[in-house]
Design a protein around this ligand. Structure first.
Ligand code: DGL
Length: 273
């Protein structure tokens, strides 16, 4: 049994999709979440900047003595290879587990990937899927505006603007007849009802946050790192900028109020108590 917390980070609030799954499927675990709300989005930035931000985010979580660190961020998982390679703790990224799930789910061997520009340009999902099955055709679309929709809480399934943006983004995937779409950015599962409505019932959506949590659970179990089953896991939240509507958005994304557990941090001057 291991009482140390799990550290989860993202460029902003999108990674709360992984936290939501973690609260459900790893209920005995303590979680420290870091959302880099002061520097979101990452997906339109250069590789050098994404590497640097990822290194700082990981260093912040390491201060809590985490037993496992998760990059609940498709962009970091796809681009920040050096930052990831340096992590000493067990580490989970989102590309590999989501690709495995998509390869399992596809019936016609046509998979679509929605991601940030950095993620799609990196070709990370194409490489991961082709390594599992070279016969599968993979089409990717960069959907940078979807990150802003989520960070601004425009995620209601009746939101006409969100529906139109998503229609335009996924038209090439529908044209390529994909039967499975990887929501390759952790912000996108929050838009899943709209994406599903636009893509149709026959298309399976893969939630990167959920798949990463399943991977984390398997690693913790295998290495006997799970917490005491009688412990009620607690989550604490850290953000690098207390944006005006942070609490409301976090409430919508997680389905609970976390304003009393959310702390503003200056990444460079922080010591956990
Ligand atoms: N949620 C992140 C991802 O999975 C990042 C979005 C962004 O910051 O551009 O890619």
């Amino acid at each position: 049994m291991d009482k140390r917390p799990i550290g989860v980070f993202d460029s902003g609030l999108g990674g709360l999709s992984a936290v939501k799954a973690m609260l459900k499927y790893l209920p005995n675990e303590d979680i420290v979440y870091f959302g880099d709300t002061g520097r979101v989005p990452y997906g339109t930035r250069s590789e050098k900047t994404i590497e640097l931000y990822a290194k700082e985010d990981i260093a912040f979580l390491e201060k809590f003595g985490c037993k496992l660190i998760m990059a609940a961020c498709g962009t970091v998982s796809s681009v920040a290879k050096n930052a990831i390679a340096d992590v000493k703790e067990p580490f989970v990224e989102v590309v590999t587990p989501a690709s495995k799930a998509a390869v399992k789910a596809t019936r016609n061997n046509k998979i679509g990937v929605m991601g940030t520009s950095a993620t799609i340009n990196s070709g990370s999902y194409v490489k991961a899927i082709k390594a599992l099955n070279p016969e599968i055709a993979v089409s990717g679309v960069s959907c940078p505006m979807l990150v802003s929709l989520v960070e601004n809480d425009w995620i209601d399934s009746d939101d006409k603007i969100a529906v139109e943006i998503i229609k335009r983004y996924i038209a090439p995937l529908i044209e390529n007849e994909v039967d499975t779409i990887i929501l390759g950015c952790t912000h996108f599962p929050h838009l899943a009802p709209i994406i599903s409505k636009v893509a149709g019932d026959n298309v399976t959506l893969i939630d990167t946050g959920y798949e990463a949590v399943m991977e984390a659970k398997a690693i913790l179990k295998k290495n006997e790192l799970l917490n005491d089953p009688s412990h009620n896991g607690e989550a604490s939240y850290y953000i690098s900028d207390k944006t005006q509507n942070f609490s409301d958005i976090a409430h919508t994304l997680l389905g609970m109020d976390i304003s009393d557990r959310a702390n503003f941090v200056d990444l460079n001057n922080f010591k956990p108590v």
